[in-house]
Design a protein around this ligand. Structure first.
Ligand SMILES: *Cc1c(COP(=O)(O)O)cnc(C)c1O
Length: 398
């Protein structure tokens, strides 16, 4: 009897009761705009920033409208200008090159390794082409950050980290987003906290923080922030920085605060599921597990495996056979981008240069979401289904 999985790969958990209660309070008093506060009141947004800064050990934190907005703001704060080049990953999600394009700059794509991290040798060869690297920890895979930072510091290249999939993760004890000049996070439904949309930007640099706060649309109300630099830092910046509205609101912040408080527990729950899946993927002929570095503390909210050098037809067949049994896999190698699986060579506005070594890896990347609504037993069942279908197609091929 074939087993079937009936859960949903897009169903996240509900918002914690404390978040629902706090959201109702905000709706009842009606002060949703972050600077609309009663006398003596600290806004939910300002408190959220303070709590998230504490969580990642950053001096400054700004909550914004989306992860994409945080990245574009980070690039603007670093004075990336029209026509500049910005280094970035070839394996990432569309909002990353999109943030570069949003400031009129041009992405220079860097290759991907079999560990699904940025190819540091390729990066080293391209470091002289730009002053900024927008580093995407795509699908939660963190490269050797010690080597990357040493290389970028030596070359004078500033690093902005896209931590959409690494909120709560770390490398060598350093929280993801804290090695570079600026860390960016997303609070969109499919990431590690869920306010529908939203994002954070963190930094220890007072000028970058002040510029980002002004850009996000603080008007002259930056004194109401609790995770912002001293007001003196704003003395000139407040006149010199355009307002590019992208604030977070108190309703989203109210929903997020209890989730930040729960984040450590939630990350552990993700990893319990991830490692159950990973164990189930071991020793399947033709399938490569993506090995994680010992320095990496991950958050397993999605899992990837490689079907390296498989024919297109065979991968398509695996995906189709798994889907028939309720297991939704996404393939990054498809010729045409589907759902969120677009690839660097589909971002034609960026004039991508073809990278054959990366293409070989991207053609083999299969991806699966791991929502917390799955139980450990669900993950074991999913792994059995994948094992059976990958094995069947692999045997038929050889
Ligand atoms: C989701 C995502 C983003 C951007 O987040 P939004 O909040 O949706 O703008 C950036 N990078 C990666 C890798 C993502 O998956």
């Amino acid at each position: 009897m074939a087993e079937y999985f009936t859960g949903s790969f897009t169903q996240q958990e509900s918002i914690p009761e404390a978040g629902i209660e706090a959201a109702l309070t905000v709706m009842r008093h009606g002060r949703l705009h972050r600077y609309n506060t009663a006398a003596g009141e600290l806004s939910e947004t300002a408190l959220l920033e303070q709590e998230y800064a504490q969580y990642v050990g950053a001096k400054y934190c700004l909550a914004v409208a989306s992860g994409g907005y945080a990245m574009a703001t980070a690039l603007r704060a670093l004075d990336v200008a029209h026509g500049d080049k910005v280094l970035s990953n070839s394996f990432t999600l569309a909002p990353v090159p999109g943030a570069i394009a949003a400031v009129g700059a041009q992405p220079v794509f860097v290759g991907v390794t079999e560990g699904l991290t940025i190819d540091l040798d390729d990066l080293e060869a391209k470091l002289d082409q730009a002053n900024v690297l927008l580093l995407s920890h795509m699908r939660g895979h963190i490269c050797d950050m010690d080597r990357l930072m040493a290389m970028c510091d030596a070359a004078g290249v500033k690093v902005v980290e896209d931590c959409a999939h690494t909120m709560g993760a770390s490398w060598n004890g350093v929280p993801s987003g804290r090695a570079g000049a600026i860390g960016c996070y997303s609070c969109q439904t499919y990431k590690h906290v869920n306010s529908g949309e939203g994002g954070f930007l963190v930094t220890d640099d007072p000028e970058l923080a002040a510029k980002s706060i002004m850009m996000s649309g603080s008007y002259m109300l930056f004194e109401r922030h609790l995770a912002a630099p001293d007001v003196e830092i704003f003395a000139d910046i407040k006149y010199e920085t355009p307002n590019i509205s992208g604030r977070m609101d108190n309703l989203r912040a109210a929903i997020l605060r209890p989730q930040i408080a729960d984040l450590t527990t939630q990350c552990q729950r993700w990893n319990d599921r991830y490692y159950a899946l990973e164990a189930g993927f071991r020793d399947i002929p033709g399938l490569s597990v993506v090995e994680r570095a010992p320095q990496e503390v991950i958050v397993g909210s999605s899992i990837q495996f490689l079907l390296l050098d498989w024919s297109e037809d065979a991968v398509v067949e695996v995906v189709a056979r798994c889907l028939k049994r309720g297991v939704e896999l996404k393939w990054f190698g498809a010729a045409e981008p589907v759902a969120f699986t677009s690839r660097y060579d589909s971002w034609k506005y960026a004039n991508p240069v073809q990278m054959p070594a990366s293409d070989r890896i991207l053609r083999g990347v299969v991806d699966m979401r791991v929502p917390l609504t799955f139980s450990i037993e669900d993950c074991e069942l999913i792994a059995r289904i994948i094992r059976a279908e990958v094995s069947a197609v692999y045997q038929a091929q050889s």
